[in-house]
Design a protein around this ligand. Structure first.
Ligand code: OAD
Length: 234
């Protein structure tokens, strides 16, 4: 089976009702990134930060995967698929994708603010326990925080992600502005001879020297077009 590796961003969840970050009306326009997505913002006002992610979590439990997530999961019938996502929602998994690498954390998890990557203090939230209330503590006594990789923090999953990209026979990029590193640099790990497909309604810049086919469309339609193109290629 050919190995198909997909890098997804906020755009793939847009048709499930989630605002992207950098489009007009995006999350960073309404919520200053330095307040809700940096360690400094957290130290300044942890309750404000928790409230922001509590809101996103409430939205997430009522949201559904869209056709783009579903098509990606269905591709597992014909390909060995790895999804590398910058998204913190769980829509890929809920659509049925079995191998998902989260680069920027997971909205449905919470962790220690002293030692965010310590697996002993990572807890999973659910529909009945959706919000992190002010003052809630993690197992090590520090404040419980969202399990999200903020700006300025390391991205522990970038290495396993890069390993996957190195082995890819097909690489697909969906719904990301490729503005945030190290995720945006993953394309450099592709073998130069493999086909790369980029699905986005807007123009997204990619480095030269790669075999990139642009499918300029929204994720649901773009993914359907991708399946046709993959079939034609055989
Ligand atoms: P951006 O908001 O930067 O980019 C979203 C991309 O999705 C843009 O290129 C849009 O054109 C595209 N888009 C919009 N609607 C779409 C649709 N219906 N179908 C397909 N594409 C569509 O979001 P990301 O690139 O994901 O990190 O942002 C990367 C990271 O920056 C995020 O993971 C987040 C943010 O700061 C953290 O929160 C740590």
């Amino acid at each position: 089976m050919k190995k198909l590796v997909v890098l997804t961003g906020a755009g793939i969840s847009a048709e499930s009702g989630f605002a992207t970050f950098r489009d007009s009306g995006g999350l960073w326009e309404t919520h200053p990134v330095e307040r809700v997505a940096t360690p400094e913002g957290w130290y300044q006002d942890p309750d404000f930060v928790n409230e922001f992610y509590n809101g996103l979590r409430e939205q997430l439990v009522d949201a559904k995967p869209n056709r783009a997530h579903e098509i990606l999961a269905e591709l597992e019938k014909d390909y060995d698929v790895t999804v590398i996502t910058q998204n913190v929602d769980d829509l890929h998994e809920r659509a049925g994708s079995s191998k998902v690498i989260y680069l920027h954390g997971e909205l449905m998890k919470a962790c220690s603010s002293r030692d965010p990557q310590n697996p002993f203090h990572i807890v999973t939230l659910d529909r009945e326990h959706l919000t992190i209330e002010p003052g809630t503590k993690a197992g090590d006594g520090s404040l419980l925080r969202p399990y999200i990789v903020w700006f300025g923090e390391s991205v522990p999953n970038i290495e396993p992600a890069a390993e996957e990209v190195m082995q890819a026979d097909v690489f697909v990029i969906v719904g990301t502005s490729l503005a945030v590193y190290p995720a945006a640099g993953l394309i450099h790990y592709c073998r130069r001879d493999i086909p790369i497909y980029l699905i986005d309604p807007k123009e997204v810049a990619t480095p030269s020297g790669f075999n990139v086919t642009v499918i300029q469309d929204v994720a649901t339609k773009g993914m359907a077009r991708l399946v046709e193109m993959l079939k034609a290629e055989g």
